[in-house]
Design a protein around this ligand. Sequence first.
Ligand SMILES: Nc1ncnc2c1ncn2[C@@H]1O[C@H](COP(=O)(O)OP(=O)(O)OP(=O)(O)O)[C@@H](O)[C@H]1O
Ligand SMILES: [Mg+2]
Length: 441
Amino acid sequence: MALEAPVFLVEDDAAVRKGCEQALSLADIPVRGFGDGEVMLAAFASTSPALVVSDVRLPGLDGLALLRRLHDCDRELPVLLMTGHGDVAMAVEAMREGAYDFIEKPFPSERLVAAVRSALERRALILENRELKARLGDGIARIIGQSAAMQNVRRLVANLAPTGVDILINGETGCGKEVVARAIHEASGQRGPFVAINCGALPESVVESELFGHEAGAFTGAGRRRIGRIEHASGGTLFLDEIESMPLNLQVKLLRVLQERCLERLGSNQSIAVDCRLVAASKVDLKALSDAGQFRADLYYRLGVVSIDLPALRDHREDIPLLMAHFLQEAAQRYQRPLVSWTPADLLRWGAHDWPGNVRELKNVAERCALGLPDALFPVDTPASSFSLAACVDRAEKQIIEEALRQCKGNVADTAESLQTPKKTLYDKLTRHGIVVERFR
Ligand SMILES: Nc1ncnc2c1ncn2[C@@H]1O[C@H](COP(=O)(O)OP(=O)(O)OP(=O)(O)O)[C@@H](O)[C@H]1O
Ligand SMILES: [Mg+2]
């Protein structure tokens, strides 16, 4: 562990404190000693200890009060109490209040070291869990979109990721297949790497050794042994992009890997266990391809057990403002430019565009706008009346209501309150704008 967090030790008896510090230092456990609780709390404000060992009887703040103060800041901080003779009742109360353990004085130094070690292990687990939780949230949160379709995608990813099941992601170009594949990996809790391979971009002669690896001398030019990508993905995720362009003969081999969970490097008979999760992505309907004999049906059925279908952007246009806002902000930061805003005319044009390149195309448009260039989309023939003040106010009102509904998760009473509007008025406006409340739940 880099820069290990120290153990904070609170003991007013200088001799005992010194003894404990020495015992812990000898066991390679970094420690910082304090003569009273207040001083320790002051240090706690700037340094996070791995855990706190404290005497229960202290001048000023006693061990129990200290425990409460520490747990007010971090409920999961292990606190070990040292109790003198006759303090057992207090120690029991402390345990009930969430102390990790107590040691009765006098104790041999090994007892202290053992108790601290066990608490450190517990702390490491807690931190690992926190990190995992943070990562779980992150990957999925990067999938932007509040439309029902995108919410469903996030829900699927959250549910499927931890199961380890192989997943096929379907979707047109630029609609976020790789974003989703990475989110699955991050939310899976797997410690191994995310290894992406584009089956369409590699020449057929290279794909095989790239995927499976080879032994030295397996073929002309194979000078040294090479570990394939599947092996590299061990303990992690292998992302096979454009699986539809995988040559048929390799599909057979891949199927074997998926079924038997083992592979052989080229030029070797030795079977190597495979323990990665496979996420594949396809731009075309694999079923149709397999019906046409261009993709192995058995592989399709094996891959397609669990699939996630990503919608084309034109099928969730309501996410355009959110995506645009995100990419405009990202571009403004990247190019160190002021954040640009859009006009109702821009929104209309974007709303009418078909987005054949999906979110990637939208991201490019955002970048152009951020750089002050025209978005290069055809202007839409819109009646001049769409830009009247009334029409603009109307559109803004609809957007504000939708945003409030989103924040209140489709609860109309809460939305009315947040907009400081009578419920009846809000219902009228919902009807007038054709807003379906269920979409926000
Ligand atoms: N829902 C989304 N939220 C945030 N960013 C997205 C989303 N969908 C796509 N993107 C962004 O759009 C771009 C294209 O996404 P990605 O590479 O995942 O698409 P793809 O489906 O793999 O495309 P292709 O089939 O062309 O490989 C990326 O920059 C990605 O960050
Ligand atoms: Mg891709």
